[in-house]
Design a protein around this ligand. Sequence first.
Ligand code: MGD
Ligand code: MGD
Ligand code: MO
Length: 774
Amino acid sequence: MAHSDEWKHVNEDGTTTVRSCTWSPPGEHPIGWGVEYTVDAEGNLLKVEGDESHPIYGGRLNCKMLDLVEYVNHPDRLLYPMKRAHEDRGKDKWERITWDEAWDIIVTNVTEIKEKWGARSIVVHGGTGREAVMYSYPLCFAALQSPNYCNSISGWACYGPRCTVADFILGAGYSEIDYAGFFPDRFDNPEYVQAEYVICWGKAPLASDPDGLHGHALIDMMKRGTKIICIDPRITWLGCREGNWTIQLKPGTDACLALGLLNVIISEELYDHDFVENWCFGFDELKERAAEYPVEYVSEVTWVPEEQIVELGRYIGTHHPGSIAWGLAVDQQTNGIQAAQAILSIAAITGNLDVPGGVTVGAPNSFLGKWRMDARQEVDPDDWAQRLGAEEYPALAYAHATTHPDLTCEVFETGEPYEIHMSWFNSTNLISPSNSVQPKRWYEALKRTDFAVATDCFMNPTIMAYADIVLPLATTNEHDGIVIPHFGRNSIFLGAMNKASQRGECKSDLEILLELGKRLNPKAWPYKDPVDFFDQQLEESYGFKFEDLRKMGCYQPGYTYKKYEKALLRPDGEPGFNTVTGKVELYSTVYEAWGEDPLPYYEEPKWSQVSHPELKTQFPLIMTTGARDYASFHSEHRGLPTMREVTPWPVIEIHPETAEAHGILEGDWVEVYNQFGSAREKAHITDVVEPRVVHARHGWWYPEQNAEEPNLYGVWKSNINSLIPLKCVGKLGFCAPYKGVMCNIRRVEGLDGDIPESVAAFDRIGDTALGNEN
Ligand SMILES: Nc1nc2c(c(=O)[nH]1)N[C@H]1C(S)=C(S)[C@@H](COP(=O)(O)OP(=O)(O)OC[C@H]3O[C@@H](n4cnc5c(=O)[nH]c(N)nc54)[C@H](O)[C@@H]3O)O[C@H]1N2
Ligand SMILES: Nc1nc2c(c(=O)[nH]1)N[C@H]1C(S)=C(S)[C@@H](COP(=O)(O)OP(=O)(O)OC[C@H]3O[C@@H](n4cnc5c(=O)[nH]c(N)nc54)[C@H](O)[C@@H]3O)O[C@H]1N2
Ligand SMILES: [Mo]
């Protein structure tokens, strides 16, 4: 279908073609691939193709989206609401019910629990930025009216830290690279300038397409001459293309490297004096701090050779414009807040903020933002004040309308300061090795609830363990919706998601929310249906309706550069940034107010060989985890034959020297273990990792295995997050060491096999040796 007003077309053979943008499920971040669905006369999805007329993707799709038909039509899809007797939790004893019965059971239980224990005794558990995150906060606040929305990822260590730092330091939304996505004419836009370099800092966007960044935009930019610099402990495809560059650092030491680079740039006077003088606060203090990070020291900590640090600092200081794509690894280390602050400081002092080809500054207004904020008003103020973790970690509670994840686990465990009686799982398979750390602690603690609901497309270990009611979820092609890159924190465009087909009685997150909202708290839910809801929201923000967006397919609003000069960032209408000082806060007045060092620093992670030299012999290696693979989204896609053919097993990357020292051959099963727990993955022997580092995949469970307790689809066998400690967070409550814990490895006879005699001779520390019960 050529790009036109027509988004739905009946073909001569009786099939229908529907143009759309995708979000989830299946899990994706809000990048809104442009697609065309082909549907037969009965409304079954037959085919998915890339929409060549889409201004950003031009017909390109990732392999998960190319496999959408297999996902949608899979025989294991949940198609109807189901219930299970409370005493049958953990057993595969589900009974089909109607939506009316499901609503009745849910409303009765919610009402009873609220009367007995208060709304705060309900927790909504959410996951990463699938479409659900737009609606699960209002589900919690304005339908169930609980203050306790929990994304159980330790230290909120995904996106939250980066957003918070952008907010505190720049007074802006998420900082993204400029890939000309805002403009319909893209790279040809006369205002756009090509970046000389993009640093992929702890980010691998080709596989991840994270948050609002189309990974292949980097390929488009490389073709036009941009150099990609990867700061990564692993050598990736991008990092070894000709002309690109890899800085291979020790996991978890990014803050130190960034400070070292600042030191080079500042001491060699390679910064943008004009921008620093007019628009930065605290430069002298930053200069002093950076001077504490000479290259010799930085090299020792980060393992990056001294000359590379100097060369990179000089390169950044002398090439303009340049951009930094900061990634998940920045959040997933205990010094993440400091790393993020130092990285933004590099972009700021080199004059790369809000300029063409630089780092874009997210606009303050965001689509659906006001509606989501207003939803909080539906929570009783006393309950809001008692949001879990708000007292202990006020900075996190201020920045995010959520509980503190690690403390929430403890509250489930202890019933202090109050008891939790109900869970609603909304886009998280919490005990699988994705969202939570020390998942066995979460697993035991969550058993205590009286009532649990889950909405999903497939059964999974978390639902099998706890849910009393499960609601069947519509896939991206089965509902209307709007895709908003960066959830509105820097929305490059809006995409129309058009319903093309239906299976069973599945409903979308928004449909479920509107129907539940009307039943529990009708005054907050005046919308007839999703289209009516979008019409009202779009009219308010943009002056057009959902049907108009469907016709446009993708709405690109344009971008104004140097907003700080044009008085477009501050609510008081003054020029400058929307911070306390009106400037980029290299020295953060907000951190200071919350008792954190206002300047970036590097502190050795709590559990490392440097902090614990006595454990170095037992756990000589560093494990980083979770680089994305193309054929899965966290714990999703494990049950899809085609995706499983691409990635049949979890894989641990081990350097050849390390493998040899441990008697491990390619394809052997390996147990990776430390003082917190263990997990099994298959060895891939490769020199993309350094001899002292191993890299393990996350999100593995085995849908083909026995579903019931205690096996729960084998959820404990390759549960890599068992090795990551709970509550190992930074001072403000953010960040966790998903990408850097000490460990050791040994060969085992299989996923369930024995430890060979020869290997058992190696000393293994008991799980409880350090007082860690997991
Ligand atoms: N296919 C697929 N796509 C996904 C997801 C998925 O599960 N599958 N998940 C989505 C989610 S929730 C997110 S948050 C994004 C994340 O997407 P990204 O922000 O791109 O982050 P990662 O893919 O985790 O990879 C980051 C890179 O960091 C490197 N790394 C590891 N440790 C360190 C370290 O200590 N320092 C530095 N500098 N680098 C390190 C890894 O080797 C890897 O190459 O992806 C999203 N997209
Ligand atoms: N070791 C290690 N662990 C990690 C990471 C890592 O790098 N290393 N990455 C972490 C990161 S960044 C994140 S964000 C977390 C992610 O963790 P989660 O977001 O909790 O991901 P999953 O556990 O896969 O659970 C997602 C569930 O939601 C369902 N689902 C999919 N789409 C939708 C939707 O639109 N609506 C609803 N209601 N449900 C949907 C899926 O079928 C699945 O069962 O994992 C973290 N875990
Ligand atoms: Mo994430």
